[in-house]
Design a protein around this ligand. Structure first.
Ligand SMILES: *Cc1c(COP(=O)(O)O)cnc(C)c1O
Length: 233
């Protein structure tokens, strides 16, 4: 089955990248990015042992998740608007894309109403691309203590999406920059931030060499994304 082969091959590539830089493959979490793919495909991959999935649209996730096996866990990796925070807090076990104090406060409020605590990552736009979402590095550091005071939020680490390039090696400086930023953020907080979410289908091995603990892989697992979003089983 193609999905099982893809999963095995990605796990092998993770092990090889870890060998190259002396890291433990168990320190890398694979997030299967299932956006646009139907529940049936997600179920098939879950039968191969993959239980952690990522979605980038709240509406799509809300329609899909009830049709997927209940044992799966879901991370939100898309841009979050305040009117979607309530659903996001209900559906996801982590929100990786917190990029302002305002959205953090809204998540905190909704989490409180739902009697939950919400693990989050702060998304940082390390390249400063005007077209991309994500915190400016210095603003993230400046707001960190304020973010950390929100009692229903648990800040687990940082996430980034580097500028697109057909050459994977071009992502390396951005991965390195996010790692350095994590060290600075830990110094501000006086506490460890265990998660560095960086690396996608084309550059996850380089991200692992630069300290990634979570790679977000879509295309290399599922093949090309579907054009029309399938919501039913
Ligand atoms: C779609 C997406 C991915 C996966 O990208 P691939 O290149 O298909 O592996 C990873 N992270 C985010 C935030 C995404 O939106």
């Amino acid at each position: 089955m193609a999905l099982a082969d893809n999963l095995n091959s990605i796990q092998q590539r993770i092990r090889t990248a870890c060998d190259r830089c002396g890291r433990d493959p168990n320190s890398i979490t694979l997030l299967a990015v299932s956006k646009t793919h139907p529940p049936q495909t997600i179920r098939e991959l879950s039968e191969c042992g993959q239980l952690l999935f990522g979605e980038n649209k709240v509406q799509e996730a809300k329609a899909k998740i009830p049709n997927c096996p209940g044992k799966l866990r879901w991370h939100f990796i898309g841009h979050l608007q305040s009117n979607k925070c309530r659903d996001a807090v209900e559906l996801f076990s982590m929100i990786q894309s917190v990029d302002s104090l305002g959205i953090a406060q809204e998540i905190n409020k909704r989490a409180e109403q739902l009697a939950k605590t919400m693990p989050v990552l702060l998304e940082v736009n390390v390249a400063g691309e005007a077209s991309k979402f994500g915190y400016k590095p210095e603003l993230m550091l400046a707001e960190l203590n304020e973010l950390n005071k929100l009692s229903r939020l648990e800040i687990h680490g940082l996430m980034t999406i580097p500028p697109f390039s057909p050459v994977a090696e071009k992502s390396r400086p951005y991965f390195r920059a996010l790692h350095e930023l994590k060290d600075r953020a830990e110094a501000v907080l006086g506490a460890p931030l265990p998660v560095l979410s960086m690396g996608m289908s084309d550059d996850f091995e380089i991200a692992i060499e630069e300290g990634s603990t979570m790679v977000r892989v879509g295309t290399a697992l599922f093949g090309p994304r579907q054009k029309t979003v399938a919501k039913e089983a």
